[in-house]
Design a protein around this ligand. Structure first.
Ligand code: FAD
Length: 354
């Protein structure tokens, strides 16, 4: 990894060439250029040969940041849609009060708040990960407790990073489309900022790894777990069964979350077994799972698996919030109502296509 100064002290002019300024469909406030480095003076950052590792670290952080950008876009689009819907009168009342649009706006608000909760929860893991990672690198001296915490927050940061990038950015594009529709014809006009907000939403969908790449990352982690230790993977699912007494004394939100999670895991294991086809007698043998061809078969489900993970992880966070603050129970219930039919549609898709 290199640091390039703008000026080369040994020669006139810039230290690199801006070869092309890209004309984009949106994000006109930010230049996107092709840069050519020829006879460029550069300073090595860190250790030689470690650049790719640094880049991955940078990219992971950037993915969470782009997720935040997605949330910002969702909030902005919703604000414009709500204020317009409250003012615009059709059929004798503000369109915000027409049943169908009321549902749009309510579902929109639910998903915005839920995505915000998922992002903040993920950032709090990432924050702890950063702190302990730096401490470890600087002093190589973490206490046993810190080491345990480091492993825990690393695992959650890794698991959640592709999800927050995928979920917030996909919803930015999808919900800004709906927001345009709420403005009717004005949604299409440049007089209102929604068409710009929607055009801008395509950048975050693509950079720092496209949605499809995020979905593959999420799938890779799952398959790795399953293939590495099928016995443990299976056990981790079946111990989640709501009937095993684990839910005794838990809040209604936790019980609901656990039911949704158990159903998801059951369906996911079925999908993995059907697609990876380990022979029945060798089900618990890691080697039985590792066919390239079968893994490719599973990959066609990467995006729906990623979506299901986004919904269940968000529900996990909202159940935790509901336990901490009774005012958050309503959001948990609304979000559960929103995503349970989506999860069922995903399970039908898995059954029909495998
Ligand atoms: C506004 C903007 C700013 C950018 N800024 C920067 C920057 O500052 N620095 C920089 O380095 N880059 C930058 N990029 C580039 C950006 O990171 C890439 O465009 C992006 O990562 C996608 O790569 P690609 O264009 O090569 O698409 P491709 O990799 O060719 O992908 C094309 C399609 O194939 C899909 N695809 C690819 N591989 C797989 C797979 N294995 N499985 C399933 N689907 C797959 C993709 O999801 C996509 O749908 C920027 C892009 C944009 C739009």
């Amino acid at each position: 990894m290199f640091f390039v100064e703008q000026k080369n002290p040994n020669s006139e002019g810039l230290n690199y060439t801006v070869t092309k300024n890209e004309e984009k469909m949106g994000m006109h406030g930010s230049f996107t250029c092709v840069i050519t480095y020829e006879n460029t003076l550069a300073h090595l950052i860190g250790k030689e040969g470690e650049g790719f590792k640094y880049m991955l670290h940078l990219m992971n952080e950037a993915r969470i940041a782009v997720g935040m950008q997605g949330l910002g876009g969702i909030e902005s689009a919703l604000d414009h849609a709500v204020s317009y819907a409250k003012e615009r009168v059709q059929f004798g009342k503000p369109i915000a009060e027409l049943p169908l649009l009321k549902r749009y706006l309510s579902d929109y608000e639910t998903e915005r708040d839920a995505i915000r909760a998922l992002l903040f929860d993920t950032i709090s893991y990432y924050d702890q990960f950063q702190f302990l990672d730096l401490k470890k690198k600087k002093t190589n001296d973490l206490t046993a407790e810190e080491e345990k915490q480091f492993k825990f927050v690393s695992m959650w940061t890794r698991k959640r990073t592709p999800l927050v990038k995928y979920y917030a950015c996909e919803k930015y594009t999808e919900l800004s489309t709906k927001a345009i529709q709420i403005l009717g014809g004005y949604g299409f006009m440049q007089e209102y900022p929604l068409e710009r907000i929607h055009r801008d939403s395509f950048g975050p969908l693509l950079y720092e790894g496209t949605s499809q790449i995020q979905a593959l990352m999420a799938l890779k982690d799952l398959v790795k777990q399953a293939v590495k230790d099928p016995r443990r993977f299976m056990a981790s699912i079946f111990t989640k069964h709501a009937g095993l007494g684990l839910i005794a004394g838990k809040s209604s939100s936790q019980v609901e979350f656990q039911k949704v999670q158990y159903r998801f895991k059951k369906k996911m294991v079925k999908l993995i077994i059907i697609t990876l086809k380990p022979e029945g007698s060798r089900l618990l043998n890691p080697k039985a799972w590792q066919s390239e061809e079968n893994i490719s078969q599973l990959m066609i489900h990467a995006e729906t698996l990623c979506q299901a993970l986004c919904y269940t992880e968000t529900l996990r966070v909202l159940a935790k919030h509901a336990d901490l603050d009774s005012n958050r129970v309503d959001l948990f219930n609304r979000y559960s109502l929103l995503v349970r039919p989506r999860l069922e549609a995903i399970y039908s898709d898995w059954e029909l296509r495998s």
